[in-house]
Every structure is written in structure tokens, then in C-alpha cells.
Design a protein around this ligand. Sequence first.
Ligand SMILES: Cc1ncc(COP(=O)(O)O)c(C=O)c1O
Length: 486
Amino acid sequence: MNGFSISKYHDTAKIYEKIDRLMQLPIYSINKSAMEKYIIHFDTKCSQSNKIITKAKKRIPGGVQHNLAFNYPFPIVIEKADGAYLWDADGNQYIDFLQAGGPVMLGNNYAPVRNKVIEVINEVGPVTGLFHEYELKLAEEINRHMPSVEMFRMLGSGTESVMAAIRVARLATKRKKVIKMGGAYHGWSDQMVYGLHIPRTGGFEAHGIPGSCRKHTQEVYPNKIEALRKNLSRNRIKGGTAAVIVEPIGPESGTRPVDEDYNSQIRELCDERDVLLLFDEVVSFGRIGLAGAQGYFGVKPDLTIFGKVVAGGYPGAGGLGGRRDLMEHLAAGIEGGKKRAYVGGTLSANPMSSAAGYYTIQEIEKTNACEKAGRAADLLTKGLNEFIDEMSLPFAAYNQGAICHLETAGAMFVKLNYLKIRAVLREINARKHAMEEIGAAYMAERIVTLAGSRMYTSMADTDEVIEDALSRFRNVFANIEPKSEL
Ligand SMILES: Cc1ncc(COP(=O)(O)O)c(C=O)c1O
């Protein structure tokens, strides 16, 4: 027992080989007659959801408030969650591989944590604005598992925590440039909506954000250490780099996988150039292990960004931790004159979120949840790859512990060519549509995925649950055919 969900590191080159092949073939999607049946399924079996969402569209933009929610043919309304399952407003039961986008490791609505949270709320309510001992308990618990986190400050979300990390890095180094990996998502702050999903896209998605906000944000191609080295060198003559920020498992929760020694190479480079290394462990903390991806790779960042599991699936999931000398820049209070990295949040570090995080960490450790969830994802990946081979489909299934990727449409792997931008946009849209159709088919087979291409597993995913899920995936795969030549 080592507490990590990764049992064996993937073969990065082999995954890219498969993805490259996928991108050279026609787009595969659900055949016409099966898609018609799936749409009839939604119309007949999900009428309650349809009714609620039709009304919601009048009051809520797009009728849904989560970017990762399924919108095709219409979003499903969830009324109940327990263990590996979700139930919709029509009473349909789903196997849940969305896991709220990552924070759920113990299974949905896990009673031992819920009961503790209710106890805390009964006693003190959700928030007082003053200190509660659970804040200290959570900080101590994180430090016990992740020694690089000498100090910890809890914040409201991963997005806020990335903002705080960059602010501290700039204050501490007195430099401005921040380098991220192309395609990585680090929340939606003005400076980080840059190079999203697809490398080299820069401010492509930064609508409503002035260019000046991303003036000091740069992206380098992931898993290419020389690209980072060159960028750092270039920056030297332009005032230097404050920090390199990476998701250690690779951009987009490892959708773009990285080599096992990539993080240690980045660490070396940052040390050589006296640049701070920020690990975004919003997804990986508590999912790869309680020691985080940094524990798995044996690489110590200067600052670690938290989210999701840090509040056990409860609201208020964010935090920043790391070297004492850097974290001191975040000292709270109303003391004037001191140079500090300004952060805040009315509801940050409330007793409910702190207690939820504290008990979640304890339960994950006690139950060995990361290893269990990793085993489930290993089984799922193995089963998917067996079907893929058996049915001669050009898809790629791979996992980093309890994060499983199933690339069927390759929407995030489209190669950019600014000279042929219309063709590129057409391809992205066609691949997104295929992803949407396949995602809808999974949903009709009662499997909830993240955007039709990612599955987060939890401790609740027993062998039986995975077997059941695999037979549903098989049903979908049986309806897939090559659809378009690009
Ligand atoms: C790697 C990573 N960083 C940051 C964030 C932003 O976190 P939040 O949604 O809590 O703002 C996310 C969210 O999915 C994420 O995956």
C-alpha cells in the first residue's frame, strides 16, 4: 500500500502515437439510426429534465451553470447522489464518472463526512468570519501528507488560489512573467484564460478580457523541456520569469500526458534560473494521492495550489500552500504598510469547508480510497482498450491513476494552423460535435462522463460497477462508425 492511485506509469509516447493516428483518420461518431434512438430515449425517458431545463433557459443563461455539464440534446437534472450513482428528475440511475469534476473520491454524498459536516453546521453554522479550529486541523493534515506545504491558506476556489499563487510569486521575485503549459486550464482569471485546451491558442478564448491582462502570461508546448528552457532564456533579457505553473500530471488533468521525469526536469530548470515552480494540484491532490502528484513524482514545488478534494466535494474548495517564506506574504489581517499579496474572501476557510476537507482527508487515508479508485480506473481503461482493439476502433484510452481518458474525437488535439484558421475551426467544431454525440450516447446508456472524454473514478467504483459500466460502453461502441473525411 503506497496511497497513490497510479499503479504503473503510462507509456507517454505510445499514447501520443495512438492520438496521432486518431487525428489522421475520419471522425468517428454514432451512426444515424442509433443516434435517432438515443434522442428518442431522451425525449421519452427524460421528460422531467427537459421540462425543467426549458424553464431554466428563461432565467439562466444556456439553462445550465456548469461548463462541464452535458447539454446535448438537453442537460439532465440530477436529484439524488449516492456512492457510484446519480439519479435524475425522472428517476433514471446513472453510473457517475463525472464525480462533480474531480472532488469526489469517497463516492457521492459519503455519509461519514456528511455527518461530521452536519455536526459542525449544527454547532456553528456555515460561517462566522472568525477563526475556527478546523482551519488549523486542515492545515496540519495537509502538511502531514505534503511536507512542502509548510503553511497553508484556504481560499474559495482553484481559480482564486491560482491568482494568489501568481501574486505571491510576483511579489517575492519582483518579476512579472508567468509561464504555463499550452492547453492547460488553471481556472478562469483574466491572466489565465490563455492557451486554453489547445496549445498555442494564446488569447483565442479571452473574450471580454483586455489583452493587457495577459501581457505577462506565456505558454510553452507541454512535455518539451527545451521549449521551456528557451522561453526562460528569452525572458532573462526582458526582466525575468516569476514562475512556471504546471499541472504535474499534464495539462487538462493529464489529457495531454507528460513523461515521468518531466516535472523533475522542470524543477531543475527552475532552480538553475532561480524561478519559482508552482504546482497546480487542484485535481491531483487527493486523487493521485494525499501526497499529491508531487509525492508521486518526488518533486517539491515552491507553492502548491489546491481545490476540489481539499473541501471534499463541499463548497469553498481552494487553497494555497508551500514554503514558509513565500506564504508569509499572505498573512491576513488589517495591519497597514506591510507589503503583502492581497487575497480575501467572505466565505474562505469557513468551518464547514475546513471540516469537510479535514474529514475527507482522514477518510481517504483510512479507507485507502486513492488506491481503490485507481484500481477502478485501471480496470476501466483495460476493458475499454480491449473493446477498442476487438472492434478495430482508432480510439485511445489511458489513465493516470483515478483519472481515465477516452479520446474518441480528439477535439483538443487539433493542430493549429493560423494560415488555415477557417478549416481549423471547422475541424474543431466537427470533433466537438462528435464528442457531444458520443457523450449523449454514454448518457443515454446511463454513464455520466466529463465532456464525453474523461472519467473520474472514486472508491465507490467496485469491480461490479466497472463491469456494468464497461458493458454500457460496449453498447455505445457497437453503434460507432467513421462519419466524415476532413
Ligand atoms: C487544474 C485546475 N486548476 C484550476 C482549476 C479551477 O478550479 P475552480 O473550478 O475551483 O476555480 C481547475 C478546475 O477544474 C483545474 O482543473
